[in-house]
Design a binder for this molecule. Structure first.
Ligand SMILES: NC(=O)c1ccc[n+]([C@@H]2O[C@H](COP(=O)([O-])OP(=O)(O)OC[C@H]3O[C@@H](n4cnc5c(N)ncnc54)[C@H](OP(=O)(O)O)[C@@H]3O)[C@@H](O)[C@H]2O)c1
Length: 288
């Protein structure tokens, strides 16, 4: 049982519908899923990335991930896999209310009406009534951010999405987006891995109660082969991939969304809640 401040269902009264009932779930690998608290909501620290997963491979990988205890799913309009993601959610037997579902509007669709249409398309393909977190996938200076945010706010008013976020935004771009949105932005999803962090964005998120969602947290697989991470992991009985993920989530306000096709590696990537990197190892990794 996670400590009181990490139990998402404790906040049901403050949280818009769905997420208020996320259950803790015993993540495989013998450890319970842990959560990051942001804006009064608890988000599973390890999510499941789905970029490059297609069709049946995506469907099977999703079913496996949900069975293993993943409850935070990341997809996007541009990934072309919202249908199999939605089908797996429906077939998994996991209650929809337990899943934190994130998708993104592509950067060519940022005009007011296009955002509304894109969201409708995503809802339909995913087969859900509401998206828990809807992100602007990339900034695009061809569109006025105020227009895009106005559409995102309309979607919240219509209950089509529960939260608004962005991806690949700089601190300045994030601030500009926030200024034009009456809804507080929930996350910035950015590349974040050992050796490729973004200290100014991290500090901004920590100071402003914004979630930093770390994408490509395994360096697209490269970090799982790192000799340095393997040596650090050996001290804890952990793999290089587990060290890479632990490094992300050990920092306040950070969650990581690794992708894996294999159930074995999905399970491995959840095995990050039963150890803590020492200050000395964190210092070593800061210079990696
Ligand atoms: N917002 C954006 O612009 C953006 C951009 C990129 C990514 N993302 C999101 O972030 C997610 C994760 O990023 P990513 O897919 O780029 O890269 P990643 O999660 O850092 O790495 C995925 C790669 O690592 C391998 N892998 C996974 N677990 C492993 C393990 N334990 N040991 C060894 N290899 C392992 C996977 O291979 P197998 O599948 O064979 O296991 C795959 O090749 C994406 O799926 C997507 O949802 C968002």
């Amino acid at each position: 049982m996670p400590p009181a401040e990490q139990r998402p269902w404790e906040f049901a009264a403050q949280v818009p519908r769905r997420l208020g009932t996320v259950q803790s779930g015993e993540a495989e690998g013998g450890r319970e899923m842990e959560y990051v608290r942001v804006q009064g909501v608890s988000i599973p620290m390890i999510g499941f990335g789905t970029w490059q997963l297609q069709g049946e491979t995506c469907y099977r990988a999703m079913l496996s991930a949900l069975e293993l205890g993943y409850r935070h799913i990341d997809t996007a309009e541009i990934y072309g896999n919202e249908q199999p993601v939605g089908r797996a959610i429906a077939d998994s037997g996991v209650d929809r209310s337990e899943i934190f579902l994130v998708t993104k509007v592509w950067s060519d669709h940022l005009a007011y009406g296009d955002v509304l249409n894109a969201a409708r398309g995503s809802l339909e393909r995913l087969g859900v009534e509401q998206i828990d977190l809807y992100l602007v996938h990339w900034p695009n200076s061809k569109f006025a951010i105020a227009d895009t945010m106005r559409a995102m706010n309309t979607l919240v008013e219509q209950d089509a999405i529960a939260r608004v976020g962005v991806s690949n935004f700089s601190v300045g771009q994030f601030e500009q987006a926030q200024e034009t949105s009456s809804v507080k932005l929930f996350t910035n999803q950015i590349p974040f891995e050992v050796g490729r962090s973004d200290p100014s964005m991290l500090a901004f998120c920590q100071q402003n109660d914004v979630l930093l969602t770390a994408y490509s947290p395994l360096g697209r697989g490269r970090l799982a082969r790192s000799r340095e991470l393997k040596a650090i992991g050996a001290q804890y009985g952990k793999t290089a991939a587990q060290v890479a993920l632990r490094w992300c989530i050990q920092q306040p306000k950070v969650v990581a969304i690794p992708k894996s096709t294999s159930s074995e590696r999905q399970r491995e990537n959840l095995g990050v809640f039963d150890f803590e990197l020492s200050a000395a190892d964190l210092a070593k990794l800061a210079g990696a």
